[in-house]
Design a protein around this ligand. Structure first.
Ligand code: PBE
Length: 266
């Protein structure tokens, strides 16, 4: 059981989907009677990873490809490899929640049509294209430097806030941005997702990462999060993201609605 008065801590990254998934995890814990604090939008991937390792938080939503490429430096690792590598650090991950949120490159449909760009390879023929990429993507092991080298791209890229990127694309100030495949804006703006024809990006299955001791302190909670395996598919996640990003609802509201219908039982 939980020590009296002790608060369990969830963290999330600084983008909408991460906050929704953080709210869902916190909500599951609260439904079980735990006192759970959600530290929203703590920062980028490395900040969350360090906070978890140091015990500042107990749990946060992460993606398998991010673990393999960026955090554990084990390109090509499968789920079992990740579980083993996490165990040596006193960490665990749940089963995948049911969707892949991969990076991709995207363009406005009219611009892609005009230039006949369908794939990332096609970008090489258009050195003048303005590329704007989310700040974290500029630096990551699975980000721009490797992508540029893999495809021999001639463009230079500028870093920007991911939410502002869509506005820049829409206004015509930028030609190419990185997308997160479950972003609501892709369908909303009718964007073209360029084919990753060299298969640069891995699979990014959403999971919850947590400290091993949490499964002793709140075993019902970690069991319930594990029982969420396959419960959120890509269409569902896109719909939840859309309600926040396009519908201006709060992450807490959207998470509460999901829990009202789907609440996992340990
Ligand atoms: N992703 C794509 C990134 C951000 C969007 C889910 C792989 C990540 O948070 O690791």
């Amino acid at each position: 059981g939980v020590f009296a008065g002790e608060s369990l801590r969830v963290g999330s990254k600084n983008f909408t989907e991460s906050v929704i998934l953080g709210e869902i995890a916190a909500g599951v814990g609260r439904q079980q009677g735990h006192s759970v604090e959600h530290r929203r939008q703590l920062g980028g991937t490395r900040i969350l990873w360090r906070a978890l390792e140091e015990g500042d938080i107990d749990l946060y939503p992460e993606y398998t490809g991010t673990l393999a490429q960026e955090l554990l430096q084990m390109p090509g690792a499968d789920e079992d490899d990740l579980v083993d590598a996490l165990a040596t650090r006193g960490l665990r991950m749940t089963a995948p929640l049911g969707f892949d949120n991969t990076y991709a490159l995207g363009m406005r449909a009219d611009r892609a049509l005009e230039l006949q760009v369908d794939s990332i390879s096609d970008l090489a023929a258009h050195p003048g294209l303005r590329v704007g990429l989310s700040n974290e993507f500029m630096q990551r092991a699975d980000g721009w430097p490797g992508l540029r080298a893999t495809y021999g791209l001639p463009q230079a890229a500028n870093g920007l806030d991911h939410d502002l990127a869509y506005r820049g694309l829409e206004s015509g100030a930028i030609d190419v941005i990185d997308l997160y495949s479950t972003d609501a804006e892709i369908a909303h703006y009718g964007l073209v997702v360029l084919d990753d024809d060299r298969r640069y990006f891995p699979s990014y299955q959403a999971v919850y990462l947590y400290r091993e001791d949490l499964s002793m302190r709140a075993p019902d909670w970690t069991a319930a999060l594990d029982a969420m395996a396959g419960r959120i598919d890509a269409a569902t996640m896109r719909g939840l993201n859309a309600r926040v990003k396009l519908g201006r609802e709060t992450e807490a509201r959207v998470a509460a609605d999901w829990l009202g219908v789907e609440a996992p039982r340990a």
